[in-house]
Design a protein around this ligand. Sequence first.
Ligand code: HSE
Length: 453
Amino acid sequence: MYRDPDPRFDSLGGHPVALRPLRVGMIGIGTVGAGTFRVLARNQALIAARAGRGIEVVVVAARNLARARTVVGPDVALIDDPMQVATHPEVDVLVEVAGGTGPARGWVLAAIAAGKHVVTANKALLAEHGGAIFAAARQHGVAVAYEGAVAVSIPIIKALREGLTANRIEWVAGIINGTTNFILSQMRDAGLDFAQALAQAQALGYAEANPAFDIEGIDAAHKLALLAANAFGMPVNFADVQVQGITTLRQLDVACAEQLGYRIKLLAVARRREGGIELRVQPALLPATHLMAQVNGSMNGILVQGDASGVTMYYGAGAGAEQTASAVIADLVDVARLDGTHAAQRVPHLGFQAHALHPLPVLQHAAVCTRHHLRVPVHSRQDMVAVGALLARQAVPVERLEWMADHPDEAHQVLVLTGEAPQGAIDLALHMLQALPEVAGPCVQWRVELLEG
Ligand code: HSE
């Protein structure tokens, strides 16, 4: 069959012919934008050697043009209107690293309509508007690449979309927010309280502009919606992710987990079950000996269970300027290589061909079945008996029931580890525990995950 020669190679030896550089327009020159600019400049030659052509930032949109000039130097055009960059005639690909969902949606859709590829690290944008954005991109035959949106430095989107394509993915579980992992590590290792640890994470540039997105689990939920879509072939479904952040966690919870031989992590889980998909972000106790429990500071870790691959694990920085730039530039190299190819030859946006994406039912909160840890404040040690008896009456399987070791601030706590039980049964048992005269204060409950492959 005759094929037109590929214009990127000469007709004799397959030697690449010089292609003009890929021209980038960038919106946002904050932490991630500046990091991207810096790494592109520093590694220019080797990036071009991999991409087969240069990658040049030609225009940047910034709110503060004077400050932006100090980052981009004299040769890059600066504009204060992002929409002009999105639709700029000399731009091949838009890099959107400004964040937010309202205006960013408009810029990205305008760039797509103008026939430009898009690279973004904006997980909120894709989690909330991914359906519309990917549909527009298909219509206009352009790529939307987003490796930097999930677990920044870890090429997890590439792993799911390309490396694991043979597998039926059973579950994905991860620590996918650097800020909260940093806070939890500082609470455990440095004895900092929550507010001090958060202030440090902000000073280090890990946190979102609004850190509530981090500490309330929303950022991890955005990322989980993207992971689940790529793992299971479902449309991006952020609205159904069950989300609980770390704002109510106390030093005491961290100490109790330690006593039981566990670490508390903010864990995102997407798992196939018989009745539907579990989609949830919650603080959870992991066995202290599990590799995931060793993921500390702003690092991220992700486990993927495939039916053929078995469990695979990915580890790397979960936040940071150049760490995110690493992913953004990898996406730019992909775009540089695919530019000019037919859309049907490219890796689909969510790993599955668009017509093969199917919505999957998401399990309700009460139906999600895991192990649990309960902490029950009581008046005296004898009250452990009443706690155990109530859990037995409620048919909650109890694996451990023990007294909390001496703690400087807290006395009289019963610690429980349960076997697997639906959340609905645990909620009912907690409600009944709370009414016992032996119980001296609010009971606390966290999930326990063994993450066995
Ligand atoms: N605020 C995010 C985090 C940045 O802490 O993980 C990277 O997505």
